[in-house]
Design a protein around this ligand. Structure first.
Ligand SMILES: Cc1cc2nc3c(=O)[nH]c(=O)nc-3n(C[C@H](O)[C@H](O)[C@H](O)COP(=O)(O)OP(=O)(O)OC[C@H]3O[C@@H](n4cnc5c(N)ncnc54)[C@H](O)[C@@H]3O)c2cc1C
Length: 806
């Protein structure tokens, strides 16, 4: 062990060795892995070690595919025996709805390039696995690239490859504490002190205590998980092939062959956390006592599905722990608020994702960029609210218990709610608000017209379809209020504010009293934000964006060195908002202001402070709904009274509250993209059309060289378009393939029904060669629907309504 390393990786499970290996592969040999015990001594050694290529998140699916490819490479390079078995896997459906869901899943896999996956009948499943009772199975989805491996051999193969690249692997040496110091971290270990530029938390079951060594509470917790291994099963003997992994979604089990026996794993509906604050330091290579009563319902389903298991002995029960995050995805990347402290933990499916996680983290450390849009795994997708013991326990338990259930697009899950509420929560609830949540904040989805209205979960258009239609019409024809507490707000002020923002944002800064749409770029010219910047004319600027990106944006803002003369504050909790939309909006504001509001005082894309009623409100004339509208921002403590005043004075104009489902439909009718769908860090301004807001002639801003090169280079292979779809009972929702005949020509990013234009709509990235008039098709819930490109903004393409001219 040396006293200095560039990077110290804490933890020798499958994730830690993968990070280490990828660092050496990226050309950083001066790195070490410190392991408390032996390699694999956490979750890794006793995993069932199945791997799957597919995932609902396309970036995670790409990393999973990369992981599987890497196994073959390591095996071929002679770094040991990984025990790879490519048996394929069948995920099967026990209901018609699930069968429809699998059709939709297959369609989205096509967009990921997983073209070997196919649907199979119950008979084919029985042929692949003669010991299955196929009764009730509607069919399955078979992916030949799936399989399983030897967790010990694979972990050692990564470590051996990393050692060959120059890394040190130091065993039986617990990291005791971490101390920030100039240039990085002082790492105190049982074997002595190490100074490191970077520290990576790959501590698996101990990720939370290793986070606390640096003063952070990471949203990750260990949970119990069972599988059993049987004695040889007669029906497997004499087979010419090994059976594929079998995932019984309605039965909550997965199964595969283990020698001549079977391994049956259970996703219990009544899950149990184990040591929520992290495993004890002296936890050895040991199993937890099996808790068979708790999993008996799922076991019965499993034994009925594979009747041969009822008559063979059980050789081994495994109850082990592995880590969960509230959404089941890993936590990777720079931990907000800390310098050079990296997360590579919370990896629930280490054998599907470990390779990709290692690649992304290593690239991020070495290049300053993970190389892909990894937001779905980024540790900064959570804020401090996600780390409290109560919230974490409720949400991780919810995720685990639902792992095999259909995630319906119209379902609102209850765990950890309500946590944060907007000031007018009770007023909106009294008006019938049905709530969703974003980053812990309650968000009104729509306002039900009958007390106790509850939507049934469905893959089709939901029972709220008509309510949302009425709200859309109210926005287009009347006067409406939309709670905008769930927008993020950052205030930038001080002598250096203008210079800092001018470099941070790719747009020209707005003059005093003006607003601008503000793309923000990485040095490589990829999108880092689709913000709105307000210049209040008194030295203060506001940046507004998506609420769930608060920690993600703040980490980026801070990384761009604001300087001592810049004050940067996240004021999202101090300021609340409401959007007032409709032709009568100006009249209502004038009434509350006690005098006519001159359009010159507040032109389109203007902003100012106004005294409305008894409070001072910061008003911007801007609308994401494509109408004459105003966004009103008030101190959170004053929003309740502002909301009441708007509501009372608005009665004469027929004001009604509306929710975010209506906003979703309205923005599609305007072809306005949103973050995580049309805009991600995987796209450039040119691909996404945000280049129209880039000030190419500004002398200096982050990403300038790259965005200029992109502007002057060849046209991007794909472009963002709006599609009209001949859908009937369900609309596109995103990630559906777009076809021109047999050719896959694109992928939807979002979709829904345009209630005003009366058309099912989607936005999609399609090949540059595809043009308006081409006959296209989109697979909606796995069914092919005719589609065509339409000109952007099917509603009010000239923007006259938005500007208040019509
Ligand atoms: C029963 C069971 C079945 C599973 N089946 C599958 C499956 O089929 N497919 C799949 O993909 N995944 C499966 N998993 C999950 C898989 O095991 C995990 O995703 C994976 O092992 C996580 O690896 P890790 O490196 O993040 O963490 P761990 O394996 O927990 O490794 C963390 C390491 O960090 C070390 N460490 C911690 N603190 C310190 C410190 N202070 N100093 C030094 N070292 C430290 C620990 O000793 C440990 O070795 C299963 C898990 C279980 C329990």
């Amino acid at each position: 062990m040396k006293s200095h390393y560039r990077v110290v990786v804490i933890g020798g499970g499958i994730v830690g060795v993968s990070v280490l290996y990828h660092l050496t592969r990226a050309g950083w040999p001066d790195v070490a892995l410190i392991e408390r015990s032996e390699l694999t001594a956490g979750s890794t050694w006793h995993a069932a070690a199945g791997f799957h290529a597919v995932n609902a998140d396309p970036t995670i699916a790409a990393l999973q595919r990369y992981t599987i490819g890497l196994y073959r490479e390591l095996q071929a390079a002679g770094h040991g025996n990984l025990g790879l078995k490519f048996t394929g896997a069948v995920t099967f459906a026990g209901t018609d709805e699930r069968w429809e869901w699998l059709h939709a899943a297959l369609a989205s896999f096509r967009t990921l390039g997983l073209d070997k996956a196919r649907l199979v009948s119950a008979d084919e499943i029985a042929e692949m696995c003669p010991i299955i009772d196929a009764d009730g199975i509607r069919g399955g989805l078979f992916d030949p690239d799936d399989g399983y491996l030897d967790p010990y051999g694979t972990t050692h193969a990564f470590a051996s490859a990393a050692r060959a690249g120059g890394a040190d692997v130091i065993l039986r040496n617990r990291v005791l504490s971490l101390h920030p110091e100039a240039g990085g971290w002082r790492v105190e270990t049982e074997q002595g002190t190490i100074h490191a530029e970077h520290v990576v938390n790959a501590a698996g079951l101990w990720a939370r205590p290793v986070g606390r060594m640096a003063g952070v509470d990471l949203p990750v917790t260990p949970m119990e998980h069972h599988y059993l291994v049987t004695e040889p099963v007669p029906g497997l003997q004499g087979l010419s092939h090994e059976i594929p992994t079998l995932v019984d979604l309605e039965g909550f089990t997965y199964a595969r062959q283990e020698g001549m026996g079977m391994l049956l794993g259970v996703y219990e509906r009544n899950p149990k956390a184990w040591k929520p604050e992290g495993a004890p330091w002296d936890y050895g290579i040991e199993l937890l006592p099996p808790d068979i009563d708790r999993i008996s319902d799922e076991l019965q389903l499993g034994f009925a599905r594979y009747p041969a298991l009822q008559t063979v002995g059980i050789k081994r029960w495994v109850n082990g722990a592995f880590t969960f995050t509230p959404d089941g995805n890993p936590l990777i990347g720079p931990v907000p608020g800390l310098r050079n402290y990296w997360a590579a933990c919370g990896v629930m499916a280490g054998f599907s994702q470990g390779g990709g996680v290692g690649l992304a983290v290593a690239r991020w450390i070495v290049d300053g960029d993970p190389g892909a849009d990894v937001f779905g795994m980024d540790v900064a997708r959570y804020g401090p609210h996600a780390s409290t013991a109560g919230w974490l326990a409720a949400t991780t338990r919810q995720f685990y218990a639902r792992r095999f259930l259909i995630a319906y697009p119209n379902e609102q899950l209850p765990a950890g709610r309500p946590l944060r509420t907007p000031p007018s929560y009770d007023q909106q609830s009294a008006a019938g608000a049905v709530w969703g949540q974003s980053w812990g904040m309650e968000v009104p989805l729509y306002f039900a017209d009958q007390p106790g209205f509850v939507e049934r979960p469905t893959l089709q258009r939901s029972e709220a379809f008509g309510i949302v239609a009425r709200e859309v019409h109210a926005v287009r024809e009347g006067l409406t209020l939309l709670d905008t507490q769930a927008f993020s707000r950052f205030e930038v002020s001080g002598q250096g504010a203008e210079g800092y923002l001018d470099r941070l944002l790719a747009c020209r800064l707005p003059g005093p009293g003006r607003i601008r749409l503000a793309p923000m770029l990485s040095p490589s010219g990829r999108l880092m934000g689709d913000l709105t910047v307000f210049n209040w004319g008194d030295g203060r600027y506001w940046l507004m964006g998506s609420y769930y990106l608060r920690a993600w944006h703040l980490r980026w803002f801070e990384a761009q060195n604001p300087g001592a003369d810049v004050m940067l504050r996240d004021i999202s909790d101090q300021v609340a908002g409401v959007a007032l939309t409709g032709a009568a909006a100006r009249t209502l504001i004038s009434e509350l202001a006690g005098g006519a509001l001159d359009p010159k005082t507040l032109p389109f894309m203007g902003c100012t402070a106004l005294d409305l009623g008894v409070g001072r409100v910061h008003v911007g004339r801007i609308s994401v709904m494509g109408e004459h509208g105003y966004e009103l921002n008030a101190p959170a403590a004053e929003m309740r009274s502002l909301y009441a005043a708007l509501h009372a004075a608005g009665q004469a104009h027929g004001v009604v509250p509306v929710g975010f489902h209506a906003l979703g439909a309205l923005r599609l009718e305007k072809s306005y993209g949103i973050w995580s769908r049309e805009f991600t860090s995987g796209y450039t301004p040119r691909m996404s059309g945000l280049d129209r807001f880039v000030a190419f002639d500004k002398p200096d801003f982050i990403g300038r060289d790259a965005v200029l090169a992109d502007r002057d280079g060849p046209a991007p292979a794909r472009r963002l378009v709006t599609l009209a779809i001949d859908a009937e009972t369900a609309d596109a929702s995103g990630f559906e393939p777009v076809w021109a005949g047999d050719h896959l020509v694109g992928q939807t990013t979002s979709g829904g029904y345009g209630h005003w234009v009366g058309q099912s709509l989607a936005m999609a990235y399609v090949d540059a060669a595809v043009v308006e008039g081409d006959a296209l098709a989109v697979d909606v819930l796995g069914r092919s629907r005719a589609a065509r490109i339409i000109p952007p903004s099917p509603y009010d393409p000239g923007g006259a309504r938005l500007r208040g001219q019509a």
